[in-house]
Design a protein around this ligand. Structure first.
Ligand code: FDA
Length: 330
């Protein structure tokens, strides 16, 4: 992996840098390019504008690696609030939500309180062991179920984001459990992981909503492809598996080398969708809509933008200079 990219991704998990950079408050321009704003009202305003251009939307309440139970509970409240706002705006058929299980308590310990397992999880990967990991998984599953219940009542859907590879098994277990009640729950698979072709086969059944992305986390070579070419080739193979299945593939990439051939395939415009991030390639989003494709824009909002923004910088290290200048107030 490009050394600058892996340095930025390591910084994305650093609590010390998170505190320092958040306190430095980079100019709004840096955050605003990728983040809709701080409140549910901000998110709805951006969602409404995107829907007016023909896109559909997934709203993400920013937050991850939560280490105390009350914060995880507040994340559930935030999702309930935005789901109500989606319904009140009459947008439930166009706007869904995306959730990260680490924001809902996946790394919390047995008592669900701030402490050993949570702190360990936040310090590095959140691969906590044994009973504590099982307790965190249960807490996250219950919180995600509360969000799914609210989404069902509102008539919208939920997609469960993928995080680093130490969480993949637990996350897919939670998705499977949620799907027993809400079969529309979306899963996310990361093409950079060597396991993902098998996961695509397992999740390509009828009605299964699967977002395929490359993967935004620094991963060891033992579990992940290392070069951009290998990740792209894996994405293409995984996309083929999903399209051979009976589910609803959601191709989340800005990469023209992947998007172009996918748009040529028969049936893609009717049974698949493309997904892109808010602020990235908006012209391409509109072009694809114009060609008759469904394009879902992933729109993050909230105050916890640090980890998300650092992963976007890692994808385009060329933006680092812009970010540093903004931090310095120039
Ligand atoms: P990549 O960064 O590999 O760039 C490939 C090419 O795309 C570039 O050479 C350029 O041509 C074009 N391009 C990319 N960015 C551009 C820009 N800003 N302007 C112009 N051209 C650009 N990850 C994860 O681990 N878990 C998750 O749950 C999700 N969820 C998710 C949802 C959605 C909707 C998206 C789009 C992405 C994610 N991701 C994610 C992130 C994903 O894994 C990946 O890190 C990024 O999408 C970057 O990979 P790309 O294929 O988009 O472009």
């Amino acid at each position: 992996m490009n050394p600058l990219r892996s340095a930025i991704l390591a910084a994305a998990r650093s609590d010390r840098l998170r505190t320092a950079i958040t306190a430095a408050r980079p100019t709004r321009a840096v955050v605003d390019r990728f983040v809709a704003g701080e409140t549910a009202a901000d998110a709805l305003r951006v969602a409404r504008a995107l829907v007016a251009t023909g896109c559909v939307v997934s709203l993400d309440h920013l937050g991850e690696d939560v280490t105390d139970a009350s914060e995880a509970g507040r994340a559930v409240d935030a999702y309930r609030e935005v789901i109500t706002a989606i319904a009140d705006a009459g947008l439930a058929d166009r706007v869904e939500v995306s959730v990260k299980l680490s924001a809902l308590g996946q790394a919390l310990g047995a008592a669900g309180s701030q402490g050993a397992a949570g702190a360990q999880g936040a310090a590095g990967s959140h691969g906590v062991g044994g009973e504590q990991a099982a307790a965190g998984e249960q807490i996250a599953r219950e919180h995600a179920a509360a969000i799914c219940a609210a989404a069902a009542e509102a008539g919208t859907t939920v997609t469960v984001d993928a995080e680093d590879h130490t969480t993949t098994d637990a996350t897919l277990r939670v998705v499977a459990a949620l799907r027993e009640t809400w079969p529309w729950v979306g899963a996310v698979l990361q093409a950079q992981l060597r396991r993902t072709e098998d996961d695509c086969r397992a999740l390509a059944g009828a009605g299964s909503r699967v977002r395929l992305c490359k993967g935004a986390y620094a991963e060891p070579e033992s579990v992940a492809y290392d070069t951009a070419g290998d990740v792209r080739a894996s994405f293409a193979r995984c996309a083929g598996i999903l399209l051979d299945g009976a589910g609803h593939p959601m191709f989340a990439t800005h990469d023209p080398a992947l998007i172009r051939p996918l748009t040529q395939l028969p049936g893609v415009s009717t049974r698949a969708e493309f997904q892109m991030l808010y602020g990235v390639r908006p012209d391409e989003q509109r072009r694809l809509v114009g060609e008759g494709h469904t394009v879902r824009v992933y729109v993050p909002y909230g105050t916890q933008w640090y980890g998300y923004l650092m992963r976007r910088l890692a994808e385009r290290p060329a933006n680092v200079g812009f970010f540093v200048r903004a931090l310095a107030g120039r």
